[in-house]
Design a protein. Structure first.
Length: 317
């Protein structure tokens, strides 16, 4: 039976897998994302990983990339994290030439949504929204089993939904973007600010007394242990996130909203906050009651499995 190789490109690591038609992961590999040689160096790392994973039965490859990606041409249409020379890069073509495999490219959060629809928390749902909460905030929409890319293939950018009209913070020129308030980066920054007022917080103890070691996991762990400062930080972040989610629930009428990514690993501490905020008036009740809010089930494999799903549909007849 044919298989495909799927790559999830991140700012820190490049993760890949060979995946069968049943969604079973047959082999895994990874590379550290090194950017000092520019886009060419990153492309070489991706191609090297694909060549390591491919076997004679591999029919094609899929790349999940941060930023805006045209899914038809596989061209990157925006900058992406710390990846140099990414805007305008013909990602699919470059990898195809380096590996000899038919290759497609798509936004990483879009593929994570497709993965959760196929084998995770969105199985069988008519309309799925996924929010990936990590260093930034990504998002995807899967409608009737297909990724919704928007009219000009430039959506879906959940991280830049504006949730504060008067904020001086901005992302991509959008004032008050939710990523500025609810991403792991924002949670860490807010926690460190609070520690300047209360150095006795459990967060600092868990960080070994070094404020620079505070990360989102420490904030979530301190919250679980009852630390009031950590609770305030997460309450605030999830309030903003729920405003963004509620807006999309009102617009799209989804059957399921999935929260995934690194911050979602905190589990019910995140999920229950979002549910409570939505039920308190962040979403229109008649629409909200038809929607299930869930945590992702696939973890770091969501994007890989979504990429595999697209590649199987595209390259395996």
């Amino acid at each position: 039976m044919a298989s495909v190789v799927a790559i999830d490109l991140g700012g820190t690591n490049i993760k890949g897998a060979r995946v069968g038609q049943d969604g079973a992961i047959q082999a895994r590999g990874w590379r550290k994302t090194v950017t000092d040689q520019g886009a060419s160096g990153v492309l070489s790392l991706i191609a090297d990983l694909i060549n390591e994973l491919k076997t004679p039965d591999v029919a094609g490859a899929a790349i999940g990339s941060p930023g805006v990606v045209d899914p038809d041409s596989g061209i990157c249409c925006s900058t992406a994290f710390n990846l140099p020379g990414w805007d305008g890069l013909e990602l699919a073509k470059e990898i195809r030439e380096r590996t000899g495999l038919p290759t497609l490219a798509d936004n990483d959060a879009n593929l994570a949504g497709l993965g959760e629809y196929w084998l995770g928390a969105g199985r069988g749902e008519k309309l799925v929204l996924i929010y990936t909460i990590g260093t930034g905030i990504g998002g995807g929409i899967v409608m009737d089993g297909k990724i919704f890319h928007g009219g000009a293939f430039r959506g879906v950018e959940f991280g830049i939904i504006s949730v504060d009209a008067d904020s001086s913070s901005s992302l991509g020129g959008v004032k008050g973007a939710v990523e500025c308030f609810a991403s792991a980066t924002a949670i860490i920054a807010d926690a460190r600010r609070r520690l300047t007022f209360n150095p006795k917080s459990l967060m600092l103890t868990l960080a070994g007394g070094d404020i620079n070691k505070i990360d989102a996991k420490i904030v979530c762990d301190a919250d679980k242990a009852g630390d009031p400062d950590a609770r305030f930080v997460l309450d605030t972040a999830m309030k903003y996130l729920s405003c963004a989610i509620g807006t999309m629930i009102n617009v799209m009428n989804p059957t399921t909203v999935i929260i995934s990514g690194g911050v979602a690993k905190a589990g019910d501490g995140i999920l229950n906050r979002v549910k409570n905020e939505l039920e308190s008036g962040r979403a229109y009740a008649p629409i909200l009651k038809q929607c299930t809010i869930r945590l992702g089930e696939l973890g770091d494999d969501a994007g890989i499995l979504g990429g595999a799903k697209r590649a199987l549909e595209t390259f395996v007849r």
